[in-house]
Write a protein that binds this ligand. Structure first.
Ligand SMILES: Nc1nc2c(ncn2[C@@H]2O[C@H](COP(=O)(O)OP(=O)(O)OP(=O)(O)O)[C@@H](O)[C@H]2O)c(=O)[nH]1
Ligand SMILES: [Mg+2]
Length: 356
């Protein structure tokens, strides 16, 4: 299971160029709106310097980084929720993703068409969010109608609760707010999980800038706001890793666009990485939600690990690298045994013991 991010935005703002820079996959990215029609899907290896060191400590013959999936879809225009542009077809392509990355153009370039002929990031965000809101509203209203028809006036406690949650979200969307702003509790979220509401998904706002872009506007949601010169990232992606690193240095850039986006994705989705060790000499990184317990983390590797979970032998990756060997770490008693209630931590290196 990997986590997935849907890339959205107005047409011609750089979504496919971003996708190409991230996945190094050749896709159509041209200077005309609606260049992308069918979605592009690709996985990206999460950059992880520690994985190399860990593999050498564990003398693993193979190392496998964890991955994140990106989905690049058609541009969204005003009225998309009502079928304008590529309309609902486009929106259905991102219903299943875990988070959304909204690309917002904030660079001047007379050669690159802007569908509104004006650079106005604030306005563009509003247009996009409004379409997501309208699309979710349609889903909510249909669901309420369907339930009311089914129960024919005779309701039970569970149905009443469901309708109450749906109406709470409806009220929020009617005031042009994202469903995320309805402050639903865990139970309420569970009730409407199957609806895959777009405005309930965490969102990263990616401001696509160039050297001349000034910070003209501020994005409200600090947690998920990043900046990137997408065109430059796409050019750097064509170089080999060493050359790209050198070039980045000369530009005074600390991290790659991919690093930035991955860090933001982990933050916004509340993710952590753990590592499996001593498993057929393969050292592999895995992504899970913060708060996941050991058996469920084991289940990400294989369902048998979860079913037959006995215990996990765990040590933090930094500690293990410091010891320099699994044997020494064991001798020093630094590898702990954790049971089924253990909550996984960032950087845990695990050996899961299970009943076959
Ligand atoms: N100057 C400049 N041009 C860019 C930048 N990002 C993308 N472009 C150009 O903008 C055009 C559109 O880019 P795409 O990546 O195809 O845009 P898109 O959002 O996928 O467009 P649709 O698929 O039509 O919705 C291409 O000609 C890109 O080279 C940027 O940061 N600066
Ligand atoms: Mg595109």
């Amino acid at each position: 299971m990997s986590f997935s991010i849907g890339i959205i935005g107005l047409p011609n703002v750089g979504k496919s160029t971003l996708f190409q820079a991230l996945t190094k996959k050749q896709v159509d990215a041209q200077n005309y709106p609606f260049c992308t029609i069918d979605p592009n899907v690709g996985t990206v290896k999460v950059p992880d310097k520690k994985l190399d060191k860990l593999a050498s400590v564990l003398q693993a013959t193979k190392k496998i980084p964890t991955v994140i999936e990106f989905v690049d879809i058609a541009g969204l225009v005003k009225g998309a929720s009502q079928g304008e542009g590529l309309g609902n077809k486009f929106l259905s392509n991102i219903r299943e993703v875990d988070a959304i990355c909204q690309v917002v153009r904030d660079f001047e370039d007379n050669n690159i068409i802007h569908i509104h002929n004006k650079i106005n990031p604030q306005n563009d965000i509003q247009t996009i969010n409004m379409e997501l809101i309208l699309s979710d509203l349609e889903i909510i209203l249909n669901k309420i109608k369907k339930i009311e028809k089914q129960i024919k006036g005779k309701s039970d406690k569970i149905t009443e609760k469901k309708i109450a949650v749906l109406k709470k979200i409806e009220k929020c969307l009617q005031t042009e707010k994202l469903a995320r702003e309805a402050n639903l509790d865990i139970e309420e979220k569970k009730i409407i999980k199957d609806l895959n509401l777009l405005t309930l998904k965490p969102m990263i706002y990616l401001r696509n800038i160039n050297e001349k872009s000034e910070t003209k506007f501020e994005i409200k949601e600090k947690l998920g706001a990043i900046e990137m010169n997408i065109k430059m990232e796409a050019e750097l992606a064509e170089l080999n890793d060493e050359d790209a690193k050198e070039y980045r240095k000369t530009l005074g850039l600390q991290e790659s666009g991919l690093d930035k986006l991955i860090i933001a994705s982990y933050k916004i989705l509340n993710l952590i990485t753990f590592y499996s060790a001593s498993f057929k000499n393969i050292n592999q990184a895995w992504t899970i939600k913060k708060g996941t317990k050991a058996p469920q983390a084991a289940g990400v590797i294989h369902s048998d690990f979860e079913k037959g979970f006995i215990r996990a032998e765990i040590i933090n990756i930094n500690k293990l690298i410091e010891f320099g060997s699994e044997i020494i770490a064991k001798e020093k008693g630094a590898i702990r045994a954790e049971g089924k209630n253990y909550i996984m931590q960032e950087g845990d290196v695990c050996n899961f013991l299970f009943n076959k």
